[in-house]
Design a binder for this molecule. Structure first.
Ligand code: SIN
Length: 553
């Protein structure tokens, strides 16, 4: 590979394919690739979406979702021994005594803390614990924007229909109603906190397309929307002096003898010592499971995304929903190797870039819902053999980014996608002049802990918000609804947990549920030396995942 001749970031053989992309571009500029019919979408999903690949899931053998299918990587954790042994924890020694414990310092946790405070809980009675630093999360890494139907001719009803269709009508309608009805309020709230949304010369918010949406409704801050949102949320949490405990991970929930969740066992990530946090209400805001690398896919997710919240909730008997589906973002970086799997925002297609194969030909409408779009890429690369193979063996298709400059004027990429432009520049690639290579990457956990529209789980005292909860997105989330999810359900969980706290009386603390979980494992005949939660992924001794994708072989 060292003999490869590089021309401006790409090896010579990849340049030959880029020449074909350039040659077909004038013709393609006049072509609109047709959208697939519902039947065609279904067939594509069935044949090529990783969720449908045989042998990749199994029915759970224990717990409230016994019999439901889950990807092996998640089932392994739900069927593992609890990390905490009750004998090692002294529940009579309380290290943190708080009214509201929020587990997770990403978007959902920050929003929940602010609205619980708004609802009357004093800042020193709210505690956020986070295993990394405050804000380290998928939320801060999100790029393309947040959906909200906040001006005619759009409406929350139209947004509702898009979300339900995108999720294959498996979504819980009452949750989608909350999501879409609260959206305009959340955008207004963020603006009042000082968020700098993209605006046109008249001061109106710019709205862009997202995959599977019937109208432009994506509000963004260039291509670092998540960073800007987390900036204002984190500042506000710090300004209000809400308690924050960093580098501290929740490893087991605590219950009381009345069956309520009453806090958590925490572990200090440096000293590895346990701490007991007693709380009248607990909100799970732990994010998703991208770092489980379902089916060997690379991921857009941050290092802490290891399904901890699902494991903790399952240990106390909370029901999960839609856990058999994962979201593969169609456009993960496929080249260069250093950034394989990182997010290339859907906004690149929203701004006009087409997707083309190694011959420079379109093969799918660029803004199909994510699951459909990703399936079309997989088919093109693995069945039709029309992908470009990188020097390390990845396959990918071209995202014809220079089209954006032609359609919207020179300089648009640097103006609207500055972070991505800079990222590629570091590798000698000018995405305003050359296309970029992409392939699906594990992006989101579509399902999660079941909640109602107040953010409550099935277990009293336990709330959930953000990616850890499920039911909002059905079997497939649309772009821009993850930020919206943590805004809407972070707020609802924060408000309702604060109300719950006012009436709650705690009984005696117990970890009996851990013993009961061990008993369930024994009775189901599950023998394993795995322990959960995982807390952080362990990459030692494993092969580099990105090169190992053989999805449909
Ligand atoms: C993107 O910008 O494409 C990702 C945002 C999302 O997942 O909603």
């Amino acid at each position: 590979m060292s003999s490869l001749k590089m021309i401006e970031g790409y090896p010579e053989y990849m340049r030959k394919s880029i020449e074909l992309v350039e040659r077909t571009r004038p013709r393609r500029m006049r072509e609109v690739y047709r959208r697939l019919s519902l039947e065609e979408r279904e067939e594509l999903l069935r044949k090529y979406h990783p969720d449908y690949k045989p042998g990749t899931k199994r029915p759970l053998r224990i717990g409230p979702n016994r019999g439901d299918e889950a990807p092996h990587e998640l089932a392994d954790l739900l069927e593992a021994h609890p990390l905490v042994k009750p004998i090692d924890v002294d529940l009579s020694k309380i290290d943190i005594d708080t009214d509201l414990l929020i587990i997770g310092g990403g978007g959902a946790g920050l929003v929940a803390a602010l609205w619980a405070n708004q609802e009357g809980l004093p800042p020193d009675r709210i505690t956020i614990v986070t295993k990394l630093r405050l804000g380290d999360s998928n939320s801060v890494m999100s790029q393309g924007g947040v959906q909200a139907a906040d001006r005619p001719p759009d409406s929350p009803v139209r947004h509702f229909l898009d979300v339900m269709g995108g999720g294959h009508f498996a979504n819980k309608p009452e949750l989608v109603k909350a999501l879409t009805m609260d959206a305009p309020l959340m955008i207004k709230w963020l603006e009042e906190l000082g968020l700098m949304f993209d605006k046109d010369e008249e001061g109106n918010m710019v709205e862009d397309w997202g995959g599977g949406t019937s109208i432009r409704r994506m509000h963004a801050c260039k291509d670092y929307t998540g960073m800007e949102i987390v900036r204002v949320l984190r500042d506000e949490v710090r300004n209000r002096e809400i308690n924050v405990v960093e580098f501290t991970s929740a490893v087991e929930l605590i219950k009381d003898d009345l069956g309520h969740v009453a806090g958590a066992v925490l572990v200090n990530m440096e000293s590895e010592q346990y701490m007991v946090a007693r709380a009248k209400a607990t909100i799970l805001a732990t994010g998703g499971y991208g770092r489980l690398h379902i089916q060997g896919f690379p991921t857009t997710n941050h290092y802490g995304a290891t399904a901890d919240g699902l494991v903790l909730a399952y240990h106390v008997g909370a029901r999960l929903t839609d856990i058999e589906t994962a979201q593969y973002h169609p456009t993960g970086a496929a080249y260069p190797e250093q950034i394989v799997g990182l997010l290339i925002t859907e906004k690149v297609r929203g701004l006009g870039a087409q997707v083309v194969n190694k011959h420079g030909e379109q093969f799918v409408f660029p803004l199909e819902p994510r699951d459909v779009e990703a399936s079309a890429f997989i088919r093109e690369c693995w069945e039709r053999n029309n992908g470009v193979i990188t020097p390390t063996g990845m396959r990918g298709v071209w995202l014809d980014s220079p089209m954006i400059e032609i359609i919207r004027g020179e300089g648009t990429i640097q103006r609207r996608l500055p972070a991505m432009y800079r990222m590629y520049k570091r590798f000698g690639i000018d995405m305003a002049k050359d296309p970029i290579l992409v392939f699906p990457t594990l992006h989101y956990q579509n399902g999660g802990v079941a909640i109602n529209d107040r953010g409550q789980t099935d277990i009293p005292g336990l709330f959930a918000a953000g990616e850890v909860e499920g039911g909002v997105h059905g079997k497939n989330r649309l772009m821009g609804n993850s930020i919206l999810d943590y805004l809407v359900f972070g707020r609802r969980a924060g408000i309702n947990a604060a109300r719950y706290v006012k009436k709650a009386n705690l009984g005696r603390l117990t970890l009996n549920h851990v013993d009961e979980y061990e008993k369930m494992l024994r009775e189901a005949g599950i023998e394993t030396d795995r322990k959960a939660p995982m807390i952080l992924p362990d990459y030692r001794g494993k092969e580099v995942l990105a090169r190992k994708i053989d999805i449909f072989k």
